[in-house]
Every structure is written in C-alpha cells, then in structure tokens.
Design a binder for this molecule. Structure first.
Ligand code: GTP
Ligand code: MG
Length: 613
C-alpha cells in the first residue's frame, strides 16, 4: 500500500491506484533491477575511493650537472606518457625557440664584434665572397670540422689523488692535469689556409680598416622604433658608408627588441631574479655585479662585453609561471622555489589547451624573425663567419637550443614546434619542479600509479636545493653528458665537465640518504660524443687512462660505462644493481625503449619495497 506523504516526489513515484497484477509484477521487477544497479554503483564508488586511498605514488628524481639533459628527459616522459598534454603544449615552446634563435644570432654577432678582431671580409680576396654576394649560401652541414680543443685538461680516471675541490667532493677518481694544451690541426677551409694563423689567430695580414668591427652594439641603447628593419623580401637597404657586415648587423638590430620582448613574455611579473643572466664565473649563485651583464625587466642588456655574452643564459623558474605567462591555461606543472618540500598540487586534470590558437594570434617575435630570416641565414651560412666561429671556439651546433640549421622552418609565420623541436629547445632550470601525472598510456601493473618526476637545476649554485627531495624517492636517473670530456663547466672554468659528472656521481652513489634508492645512469649526449670522436678529437688526450684504445663511440662509451659502474660498486653503502644506458635523450626513437625499461624497473622496485613495508 502506498504510504501517504507530503513529499511531491512520493506522489510521482506512487504506483497507480488502478495497477493490475501483471503491471505490479513488471513494476517490482523494474524496481529490483534499479536497486541492483544502484548498489553496483555504490560498490564501485566505494572501491574507487579505497583504491585512491591506496594509490601508488612513484617518485623519480632527475639529477646531473647543468645541460646534462634532465629537463629533456622529463619532456620525453611527458611526450611518451601524456602525449595529449605534450602535444597541446608545443605551441607554448615557440617563444623559447624564438629566444634560442635570437640568442644564437647574437652570439655570432658578438663573436664577430670582438675588439681587435679583424674580419675575414677585410681581405680583397674574402671580400669577393662576402656578405654582399647574391649567390645562395651552401646548405649548412651539421658536421663542422673539428673544433680546436677548448680546455686542455687531462682527466685520469684510474689514478687516485686526495685532491678535494671546494665543493666538498673528493676528486680521487678523476684528476685534472694542466699540462700543455693538446694541439689538433684545425681543419680549415682551403681558401682560408693562407691567412689563418693558429699562433696569432687575430692577425689578418690582409686586413683593411674599413671592415674592422670594434664594438658589438652602439654604446647607447638602440632605438628599436627607428632602427633599420629587415625587408621581408630579403633585399638589403644598406648605405654606401656601411660595410656589408655592418649593414647586415644593422638589419638584424630588431632582434634585440625581440629578445627583450621574449624575456618579458617568458618571465612572469615579480620575477626579477629570474631575468638575471648568470655572469661567467658566477658559480655560487652570486648575482651579477651591477656593472656586469644582466637584463632588467625591460630586457635591455646593460653589459656590453661581447666576450662575456656567449656564456650567459636566460632562465626562468620551472612551473606554471612561464607557461602561464604565455597561456593562462596551464596548471599541471607545479613548481617549487628553492627546495620547498611540499608540492603545489595539480588538480589532476589534463591541462586545458592553448591548442593551436597561438598560430592564429599575432606574434610580433615570429613576425620579426620571419622578416629577418634571410639575413639570419646569410649570417649563419657564410663560410667566412663559420671559420671565425671555429677560430673563436664557438660551437653552437653542440650546444642546446640550436635551431640555426632550421631557420627557414622555425621562422615561418605559421611555425608550430614539432616534438623534436620541443626536445631540442633550451631553457635553463632554476629551482626544483615536480611534475605529477598519471600515464595516459599505461599498462598492466603501473595503471593507477601516480608518477612524480622531480626536475632540478643542475648548475653548482642550484645543487643545495636537491637535498630535501632525497626523501621518499623511488629511483634516481642521473645524467652524465659524456660528450663534455673536452669542455669545462660554464659556472667554473677550472672544472672539466666530465670530471664534474664523475664527482657528482660518486657523491650520489656514496650518499647514505640514498642508500636504498635505485640509481639509473644515463651516459647522455652520445650523438654529440660520436660526432666529436669522428671529427678526430681524442678521448685519451683528456682521459689519460684511456690509453690507445680505439677512439670510437662503442669503445669510449663502454669504457666510461665501466668506470661509472665501478664507482657505483665501490661507493654504494649497500650493494645494489647498476642500471646504465648510453643515451641521446633528444632522440625520440632510441629513448622510448630506454624510458620504458626504466619505467618497468622503477615500478618493479616500488612494488617490491611496498611489500617489504
Ligand atoms: N644533441 C643532444 N642534445 C641534448 C641531449 N640531451 C639534452 N640535449 C640538449 O641540451 C640542452 C640542455 O638540456 P636540458 O635538458 O635543458 O639540461 P638540464 O640538465 O635540464 O640543465 P639545467 O636545467 O641547467 O640543470 C637542451 O637544449 C637539450 O635539447 C642529447 O642527448 N643530445
Ligand atoms: Mg633543466
């Protein structure tokens, strides 16, 4: 019998008074089915709640020196496991790539403008093939001739010494010897041989003052509004008084304005510190001196030293800040500032998309880059300028954020960065950021696992921020860029890059805090290493213990892997397995397999640990 009530819903749900016995049976069946479904929904909600409570959280820490490839590895994880979000963010990287291009061009211009440097265009012979010629420049090659070794340190990975550097790392594994610099015959383009003189590189017997460039930029800030602008057609508007190089430089002046714009765009307000460019030798996080070269919020460079410029890098804090500056949408990339241990939680949703809308919106930097593209190509493809860069030991191709071989594509008005472009882009990390995600593409036992990947700044001044993140970490991927065997740290010119990696690896292996953490080693930048070795730069000149082993990628990487493995074995407080990979993390094809193995290993270890607890 229906119960009378004042609830209008009861009124609606009440069976009709004239219900027949058949209708009643049907109604009761329907009600039973509805109840069954309702109970099933309740049970599934309860199960979901319990599962969420028990959710596995796997924390992975990326460590290694600056430019070792940590952030690139993080981007590979994003590309592989949250591909939709990665794809939707690509447009946001366009500004970073624009800045990378602008700064590469400025590095070249500054190198050509170094005081006391006589341009190769000064000779009548070279003038004939100077910038003013109309011939289409040859296609650039990625295989530039062997650079002259920059730092003549020799590392002996076999010998022990008690030398301890001022960063508290004992360097008994790698020892620097400052013997006489190894000399390699530089490969000089044939037409340069007569005037190139290694002993006196700055002297050009054919020099002609008309072409001497004394100053990189005018003392007073350039007037961007009235400065000469590149003609999109590529035709030049030079005055008779200008040398071809000066005219080209003048046409490229708008790039200065673009650089300022991009810094303003990438760096959020109230982030003045993040706009500082680290001064060379600024190895302890000291701010550049007021007279040093740094950018203010208006983006003007106060420093004028061309020789200093090329060592300076723009950086922004990781996290939603810079991406938020470009698109209000991005939230899934929580950031930390200097070692804060609690993360800003993401809302767990896939980030809303900036989508392709960036392609449609007017973008002044892209327009200026497009207008300057012919001049930029002419600058980069000029054989004489390439020669000067080699002589100045500037190897842009080996550095991060190198897009000069792709100028036609990246300066097109509708340019959308590809996956590879995003991986190649360079943006220095300052602070620590934790990226949380559940894999969009997950299988088997890792489904339901929340991944937290912590990316840190790797320069020496940043390393004190690492410690708080050593807690609760399941695995560490340590990146050692082994191509840096003939280079030094940007922040400390007395330290060989490979030596720094070895010492850092040793410190990580010996850490008691990390005694139970699995360490995965990426011997990274093997693609650059291979090019270097093939170009004739010998590892044995820098790593004496390498002896007369073959100077090829296979032998060198095996040898270095053995050395890192030995350190792991000798210095780990408890015995643990060694996982070492030779990687080029910008390479999507090879890195996918390696990351899949790491993922499986980390999940396996995580499950094992959970069972032990
Ligand atoms: N060719 C090549 N370039 C690489 C490789 N790994 C990283 N890079 C590039 O090197 C540059 C530096 O890489 P990042 O991932 O930014 O280095 P990082 O370790 O995060 O550096 P910090 O943020 O300064 O600590 C980027 O432009 C990368 O694209 C590699 O294996 N091969
Ligand atoms: Mg980084």
């Amino acid at each position: 019998m229906p119960v009378s009530s004042d609830d209008p819903l009861d009124e609606v749900l009440r069976p009709p008074l004239d219900e027949t016995p058949e209708q009643r049976v049907l109604r009761l069946e329907r009600e039973a089915e509805a109840k069954r479904i309702s109970l099933a929904i309740d049970a599934s909600i309860k199960a979901e709640r319990q599962a969420r409570r028990k959710k596995r959280i796997v924390r992975l820490l990326l460590l290694g020196q600056s430019e070792s490839g940590k952030s690139t590895t993080l981007r590979q994880f994003q590309r592989l496991y949250t591909p939709t979000a990665f794809r939707e963010e690509r447009i946001l990287w366009r500004a970073v790539i624009q800045l990378n291009v602008v700064r590469s061009i400025r590095t070249i211009l500054d190198a050509l403008s170094m005081p006391n440097f006589n341009s190769p265009y000064s000779s009548p012979r070279s003038r004939a093939r100077s910038l003013s010629r109309t011939r289409v420049p040859p296609l650039p090659t990625r295989h530039s001739p062997p650079p002259i070794p920059q730092y003549p340190h020799g590392i002996d990975m076999m010998k022990s010494s008690n030398h301890s550097d001022n960063h508290g790392y004992s360097s008994d594994v790698a020892q620097i010897s400052c013997g006489s610099p190894p000399r390699y015959p530089p490969t000089i383009p044939h037409h340069h041989q007569s005037y190139y003189n290694e002993q006196d590189a700055d002297y050009d017997p054919d020099s002609d003052t008309e072409f001497i460039i004394a100053q990189s930029y005018p003392e007073s800030p350039p007037n961007f509004n009235h400065g000469p602008r590149s003609d999109p057609s590529g035709s030049s508007t030079t005055t008779l008084a200008q040398s071809p190089f000066e005219a080209l430089k003048a046409r490229l002046l708008p790039l200065r304005h673009i650089e300022a714009l991009l810094i303003a765009k990438l760096v959020p307000p109230n982030e003045d510190e993040a706009t500082h460019l680290a001064a060379p030798g600024d190895d302890n996080g000291r701010l550049p001196s007021p007279t040093g070269s740094h950018f203010s919020r208006n983006g003007r460079s106060h420093g004028r030293s061309a020789s200093l410029y090329r060592n300076q890098e723009i950086f922004v804090r990781p996290g939603p800040g810079w991406k938020g500056g470009l698109s209000k949408a991005r939230v899934n990339f929580p950031g930390h500032s200097y070692g804060l241990s609690s993360s800003q939680s993401s809302n767990g949703h896939r980030p809303m998309s900036a989508g392709n809308t960036g392609l449609e919106t007017p973008d002044e930097p892209q327009e200026v880059l497009h207008a300057c593209r012919r001049d930029m190509m002419q600058l980069w493809n000029d054989e004489g300028i390439r020669h000067v860069l080699r002589r100045r030991k500037i190897r842009l191709e080996e550095g991060g954020g190198f897009f000069l071989d792709d100028l036609e594509r990246v300066t097109s008005l509708r340019y959308m960065p590809t996956d590879d472009d995003v991986l190649k882009a360079r943006l220095k990390t300052v602070g620590v950021s934790e990226y949380k995600f559940e894999m969009e593409i997950s299988a088997g036992r890792d489904s339901g696992t929340e991944w937290r990947i912590v990316d840190v700044g790797g320069s020496r001044s940043q390393r004190q921020t690492w410690m708080p993140f050593f807690d609760n970490v399941d695995a560490i991927i340590f990146l050692a860029p082994i191509s840096g065997f003939d280079q030094v740290l940007t922040e400390d010119k007395t330290v060989n890059r490979l030596e720094d990696s070895v010492l850092l690896w040793k410190a990580v292996c010996s850490s008691k805090l990390l005694a139970n953490v699995d360490l995965v080693l990426f011997l990274n930048k093997c693609d650059i290493l291979e090019k270097k070795l093939n170009s004739g730069i010998r590892l044995s000149k820098y790593v004496r213990s390498y002896g007369d082993r073959p100077n090829d990628l296979d032998s060198v990487s095996k040898y270095l892997r053995g050395k890192f493995s030995a350190i792991h074995r000798e210095h780990s407080p408890n015995p643990r397995k060694f996982y070492g990979f030779c990687t080029s993390v910008t390479d999507t094809a090879t890195t996918a397999g390696i990351i899949a193995s790491v993922r499986d290993m980390v999940i396996r270890q995580h499950l094992k640990q959970s069972k032990l607890l």
